[in-house]
Design a protein around this ligand. Structure first.
Ligand code: MSP
Length: 513
């Protein structure tokens, strides 16, 4: 039976259109999901929108509309963008959907039943952008401003229900320490551990002064705190607490919650504590990736360095969304902060064109012209054998890299194979071999080895460049539909497989721009 793989993106606030940051997480999740599907795993990718909370209320008020109308308008844009980017999510959850509201109420009822919720009063600071309660000490340290947006913290004083986070803090910490895989990357895991070692206070989980939210089932004057509401999506989307929880039973616990670094605490501490209170298993892994800046500075519309939809769509039109995917995933080791520069984007596009596109084109032309089909291996030397070995290794290296969520490696490994194949073609000079009939066996080897190498590189690129890799393979006469990674890699290109000269995969006119 195939393995299950359940992964999620954060559910985004639909208070503004998606930009580079949202696209990054979603594309990363999509690449991982595509890899697992290709590997034959029963995969489920969830994304969606987080539509309650004060931030939505305020943005809507500024626009002179209701929060629900704002959400509907922006959610339509998110859905459209994911469609344009061909994101392969299996579900899109909106926290305003009845299925989610019912699920959250069920969850809160269970937390109440376990005795983990009590009524108290909250007086303190709140970061409205982050939707986060901030302790007095932290507020002071941050000069009463948000650590993320820099906006002033707001003083709240109201009756509130509390969740006994303090009761679970020890177990949550133990679990993080005992499972090095759980919170990644390691640097961020250490941050969570040192913060949690100082203990955790009970968490205010309801708002009495807010109407836009899911009513507390025991006290409808309060709405559920937006983070309790939001985190629950990972199980309500699977039908937890509903009449049909078959997806939940099949896929939970999640294999991976992919998130940005600024929301790790909620996922590493609040979420496991809630799950412990619900007696449910903890997700297997949280991966907090870094943040994008652009041209060395925080992205901002006023600074003119904002990578928003207009710019992303322009790239999609000119260089193609696959080039965007490759650039984003290759830009830095996954987990590190990243900086967008137009120059680096161009370099990374040229790399695709000059390494992958060029290798494919040369190979198709040579094999097409000299043999018309993949020839058998002829005589071999160490150089041939080393490229053969590198080709054979790719599947295993990719399995390891995807297993560790090393997405930069996932993007680069196949390209490095194509680079090696290009070097090999340069070194063996097949056009010279073709002129010498005594070198026919050697030419067979070179053509065979190059064809297998670029074929394998393209197969390895399918999760990263879904459109271009499939188009390249199509030029090689291979239809990938319905085939698993193992089938594609093990089969290779059979001897006698017809090959004809091809078209540029990344046309030069674009590459030069
Ligand atoms: N609604 C919460 C998440 C709830 S999950 C249960 C939220 N939403 S958000 O709209 O603010 O999206 C935050 C996410 O967007 C980040 O975690 C990250 O995935 C992505 N990014 C937004 N800006 C980003 C950058 N500048 N760089 C990289 N990713 C960032 O938080």
């Amino acid at each position: 039976m195939a393995d299950h793989y359940y992964l999620t993106t954060p559910i985004y606030y639909p208070n503004g259109e998606p930009h580079l940051g949202h696209v990054y997480t979603t594309v990363a999740a999509d690449a991982i999901a595509r890899y697992h599907r290709l590997a034959g795993d029963d995969t489920f990718l969830l994304t969606g929108t987080d539509e309650h909370g004060i931030k939505m209320v305020k943005t809507a008020a500024d626009a002179g509309i209701e929060p629900a109308a704002l959400a509907d308008r922006v959610v339509a844009v998110f859905e459209q963008v994911w469609k344009e980017l061909e994101i392969t999510h299996d579900d899109f959850i909106r926290t305003t959907q009845p299925r989610h509201k019912q699920g959250v109420q069920k969850i809160v009822e269970q937390l109440l039943a376990s005795g983990d919720i009590y009524l108290g009063g909250y007086e303190g600071w709140y970061d409205e952008g982050q939707e986060e309660f901030v302790t007095e000490t932290t507020a002071k340290d941050q000069q009463f401003k948000s650590a993320i947006s820099g906006r002033p913290l707001v003083r709240y004083k109201e009756a509130s229900y509390f969740f006994r986070l303090s009761k679970y803090a020890g177990r949550v910490l133990e679990n993080i320490k005992a499972n090095p895989e759980f919170v990644q990357p390691a640097s961020r895991r250490n941050e969570v551990i040192s913060k949690l070692e100082q203990g955790a206070e009970d968490l205010s989980i309801s708002r009495a002064t807010l109407k836009w939210g899911i009513p507390m089932p025991n006290d409808p004057q309060h709405v559920v705190y937006v983070w309790i509401d939001a985190l629950s999506n990972y199980i309500t989307a699977l039908g937890y607490g509903s009449d049909d929880d078959s997806l939940f039973r099949k896929y939970w616990p999640a294999d991976l919650h992919l998130i940005g670094k600024e929301i790790l605490w909620f996922h590493a501490v609040y979420w496991p504590a809630m799950l412990m209170s619900l007696n449910l298993p903890i997700p297997k892994r949280l991966y907090a990736h870094g943040w994008w800046t652009a041209e060395g500075k925080k992205m901002s519309k006023s600074m003119g360095n904002f990578i928003g939809l207009d710019k992303l769509r322009e790239i999609g039109k000119v260089q193609g969304y696959d080039a965007l995917r490759y650039y984003m995933l290759r830009a830095a080791p996954f987990g590190s902060d990243l900086d967008w520069t137009d120059a680096d984007f161009q370099k990374s596009f040229n790399e695709l064109a000059n390494v992958v596109g060029n290798c494919l084109n040369r190979t198709l032309n040579m094999v097409g012209k000299y043999r018309g089909a993949v020839p058998p291996l002829g005589e071999q030397d160490d150089l041939d054998r080393s490229v053969i070995a590198q080709t054979k290794r790719l599947g295993q290296l990719l399995a390891e890299a995807y297993g560790k969520i090393e997405l930069q490696q996932c993007a680069m490994l196949p390209v490095e194979l194509a680079r090696a194949a290009n070097g090999y073609i340069d070194a063996t000079a097949p056009f010279k071999l073709a002129k010498d009939p005594t070198k026919a066996s050697k030419l067979d080897t070179v053509l065979h080895v190059s064809a297998q190498a670029i074929y394998t590189a393209l197969v390895g690129l399918l999760p990263i460049l879904p459109e271009k890799a499939a188009a390249g393979l199509k030029q090689m006469g291979v239809d990938v539909a319905g085939k698993t990674l193992a089938q594609l890699l093990d089969a290779g290109l059979p001897v006698g497989h017809p090959i004809a000269p091809g078209q540029p995969l990344f046309p030069k006119a674009e590459a030069g721009k």
